[in-house]
Each structure stands twice: as C-alpha cells, then as structure tokens.
Design a protein around this ligand. Structure first.
Ligand code: ATP
Ligand code: MG
Length: 472
C-alpha cells in the first residue's frame, strides 16, 4: 500500500493520521468487496482543485469485476461522478436509486464517505450488479445486509476496526457466520458449516454460541464487548478452524458480528513439518560446529607438542580457519531457516581474529560496518573464511615494527550480490598481489572463484580488498 500513502500525501491536503486511516481501510476492505459483490474504488480529494483522484481499487472474489482495467490514477470531476462529490460534501452515504446500464450490464453504485475523527477524508464507491438481474438467495441477502453495516461503519469512522490483528485476512468465501448482538449464530454459510463438520459438529448451530460447541473458547464475547477485531480458533485434535471476529457497531451499540472461519488444518500441519525440519537443520549445524571445535582443539594440542615454529604457526592458522567455519555453523544453529545474518558472522570473526592475534600492547579493534542481511550457508561459509584470511593478513603484515593503524570491514548488499571490503591503512602489499600470494590469498582467490565472485586488491596508502559475490 506504499503507493496509496505516497500518492495521497502528494495530491491531497490530508494529514499523516488521515492517510494512515485510508491505508488501514485498504488493508481490510476485501471483506466489503466480497460481501457486496462489488468493485471498490477509493476517491481522494485533490487539494486546491475540484477533482478526486482514484488512489486505490479492489475487485471482489465473490463476483465478476466491472473493471478489468486499472483505475488507479484516474481523476474525476463533479459532473463525472456527482454522487462521489455529494457523499464527500454531505458526509452521507449515497445510493443510486436505479441501476445504470454499463456495456449491457445493469450496475448499482453506492458512494460511502470515509470518516476519520469526525472529518470526511475520502469517498469509497461500491459498484456491482448483485440481485438486479435475478432473485436473491439467502446467502446473497445476508452478505448484502452485512455489507450495508460495514458501509455504515466506514461512514461513521468505525471501520477499519482499531488494531487489526497481524496476518493475512481470511476471505468471506472461506466461511462466514453472522452473529446477533449477543454473539449467537444467526446464520452460517455452507463453507462455514463444512468446516464445523470437519471439527465433528453435526448438530444445528443456529441460535447457539460458538463457545458452546465444545471446541474451546472463542474471542466472540471479548470482541463484541470491546468492539475490537479479534482472532481465535476452534480446535479438535489436529483440525483447526481459524476465526476472525468482527463486531458490527452502529452508533454506540453493538448490533451483531461477523465471523470469518477458515479451515487451516492443512496449513498448520505444513507449518509443523517445516518447524520440525528447521529444528533438525539447526541441530545438524550445532553438531557440525561441535565437531569442528573438537578438531580445532586437537590441532591446538598437537601444536603445543611441536618444536618447529613454522609448524606451530601452520597449525595455529588452521585452527583459525576451522574456527571461522565453526562460527558460521554456530550462527546457523541459532537462526531460523538455513540462513545466517552475515553482519553478525563478520563481527564475531573480527573479534575472534583480533583477539587471537593481538600482540601485547597493541590493540586492534576491527570495525565492521553494514548489514548485508541473511546469507545462505553456501555463501556465508566461504565468505567467512575469506574474511578471516584477509583480516589475519592486515594484522600480520600491514603494521610491522610496532606501528599503529586501523583495520575495517565494510559490508553491503545490492539486489543480486553482496560486497565485502576489508581495508587497512598499513604499508600496503609488497608487490603484485597475484605474485606474492601464499596459501592465505590463494584460499581467498579459490573461494571467490568457486562462488562465481570477483576479487580486486588495491594497494594505495594501505591495502583494500574487495570481494563481490552474486547471491542468486
Ligand atoms: N594487508 C596487507 N598488508 C601488507 N602486506 C600484505 C597484506 N596482505 C598480504 N600481504 C602480503 O602478501 C603476502 C601474501 O599473503 P598470504 O595471505 O597469501 O600469505 P601469508 O599471510 O604470508 O601466509 P598465510 O598463508 O599464512 O596466510 C604476505 O606475506 C604479505 O607480504
Ligand atoms: Mg595470510
């Protein structure tokens, strides 16, 4: 809905709260389109001009659209749409008395002022052809009645309900209960009844409370007494029906309620499977990390028994390399899904390398800047090893003879690649990086190639290594 807010801000004289009300209206108005079998258009008054601009459009799921074309951005004047202008000026709902013939279809239009905090801020139109050409069934009548209530609430500034629960709106077609003002079921749609059947309810539910079906407590009572939109569930074993309870309010009175009921049993089942799978993957990463740490400590032990400084150093470096890989698995074992926040990985590696190599009296605080976001293990692991090599190089080679300096890491992410820059302001590379490369830089080159990335090393007033990796 960013488009709606931006456009409304541009063209109208509306304040932020008013625009927010429109945004919130448009995130919950599908229920109105479906109940009224109508297309909805939102007309926002253009500041300083006698015109309205259509800033949002919605098609019904319950009926065919009258507007296959996109109407957003279209401007209308008073003579084009006298009802919109009147509804706006008078703050009253205007319903067309006689349907008009549009392209051979007879349609009806209602113009509903959208009120916020006492002011009319926009106009919503409902256009459709329900019941004009044929006799209405019970379902259509109930839907249309409910749509009238919702329209009145929009006009009185009571729709959308305050504080909608998060999550996607279920659809009216999923199943609908109409409640009386006490919260008793007055009518249930065929789909609503089917979902109750799946919960083992075979008896009649009309004139009963949903709470009395033996399927747990519902938020109906709370929703009607607090006039708020609330979500709840009916549960029997593995079968779950999600409920969204919408109190209908007229003036100060609660006059009834609507409950959209949606069978989410299968969805929940899938979620459970996914969450078990996620837990398993996390456990695997945890074990891999433990194993790597065991290997690292074995190498460390072995290093202590060696006498040759060169061999000692080689083992020490292997310990660090293994440590970097273990770190990625540790973070993967904490995160949900098979991704790791690479900013976090980089910060921990910077700390590990800094701590491991700091010589007495010389502190290296390696600053890591940027949040590249989550990366899959396939990229995070080699990139972590690369980072560790480059940081070790800066600390080891850039500042000989006790001179000081800075080392940093800049991370960034564009649409399709992630970029990591490791820099220092030390003495710079002693020659062509390709020629001087020993194992460390070779590892960096090989891993970058394997990830299909680009590597560039420049050496002016220090060393700057840029690694850019495609993420798709
Ligand atoms: N940031 C830097 N500043 C100055 N010189 C560097 C820097 N990075 C690398 N070098 C030079 O490039 C050489 C190659 O680096 P490389 O990482 O390949 O090997 P290394 O660090 O000497 O050994 P290792 O294989 O243990 O990493 C280094 O020996 C050093 O002379
Ligand atoms: Mg090195």
């Amino acid at each position: 809905m960013a488009v709606l807010s931006e456009r409304a801000r541009e063209i109208s004289g509306l304040g932020e709260e008013q625009i927010d009300h429109l945004r919130s209206l448009c995130s919950s108005w599908q229920v109105l389109a479906d109940l009224s079998f109508s297309d909805l258009l939102l007309y926002v008054p253009v500041a300083g001009e006698e015109v309205f601009e259509i800033c949002a459009q919605l098609r019904p799921f319950t009926s065919q659209t009258l507007y296959p074309q996109d109407m957003v951005g279209v401007r209308v004047t008073q003579p084009d749409q006298p009802m919109v202008e009147r509804a706006y000026r008078e703050g009253r709902i205007w319903a067309q008395k006689d349907p008009v013939l549009v392209d051979g279809t007879r349609i009806r239009m209602d113009a509903v002022p959208v009120r916020f905090d006492g002011d009319t801020v926009a106009v919503l139109t409902k256009e459709g052809s329900p019941g004009i050409s044929r006799r209405l069934g019970r379902l259509e009548r109930v839907y249309l009645d409910a749509a009238e209530y919702v329209s009145t609430m929009i006009c009185e500034g009571r729709f959308p309900w305050p504080e909608s629960p998060p999550g996607e709106w279920p659809r009216v077609g999923d199943g609908l209960f109409m409640l009386d003002r006490f919260g008793r079921v007055e009518w249930a749609s065929p789909n609503a009844l089917s979902s109750l059947h799946r919960l083992g309810v075979k008896q009649n539910v009309v004139d009963r409370w949903l709470d009395d079906l033996g399927l747990g407590e519902t938020p109906v009572g709370r929703a009607l007494s607090s006039k708020r939109l609330l979500d709840g569930e009916l549960i029997l074993g593995e079968a779950v029906v999600a409920l969204r309870v919408m109190p209908l309010v007229e003036g100060r009175e609660v006059i009834g309620g609507l409950v959209i009921a949606r069978d989410v049993s299968e969805l929940r089942q899938k979620e459970r499977v996914i969450s078990v799978r996620d837990a398993t993957i996390r456990e695997i990463h945890h074990r891999v990390k433990n194993n790597l740490q065991t290997i690292a400590s074995l190498l460390r032990l072995q290093g202590r028994r060696l006498h040759s400084p060169e061999a000692k150093e080689a083992l020490q470096e292997s310990v660090l390399r293994i440590g970097s890989i273990a770190l990625v698995h540790e973070i993967l074992s904490e995160d949900v899904g098979d991704v790791a926040e690479f900013g976090e990985v980089a910060r921990r590696i910077a700390r590990m390398v800094g701590d491991g190599l700091v010589m007495p009296g010389r502190d290296y605080v390696i600053e890591v800047v940027g949040e590249p976001g989550p990366l899959g293990a396939d990229i995070a692991t080699p990139l972590a090893v690369t980072l560790s090599e480059l940081l070790q190089n800066s600390l080891e080679h850039a500042f000989p003879d006790g001179r000081g300096g800075s080392v940093g890491v800049d991370l960034s992410r564009a649409d399709d690649h992630v970029t990591m820059v490791v820099w220092d302001d030390g003495i710079g590379m002693p020659g062509d990086p390709l020629r001087v490369a020993r194992l460390g830089l070779q590892i960096v080159r090989t891993l970058t190639d394997e990830m299909g990335g680009r590597l560039s090393i420049t050496s002016e007033g220090g060393t700057r290594t840029e690694v850019s990796i495609p993420t798709r």
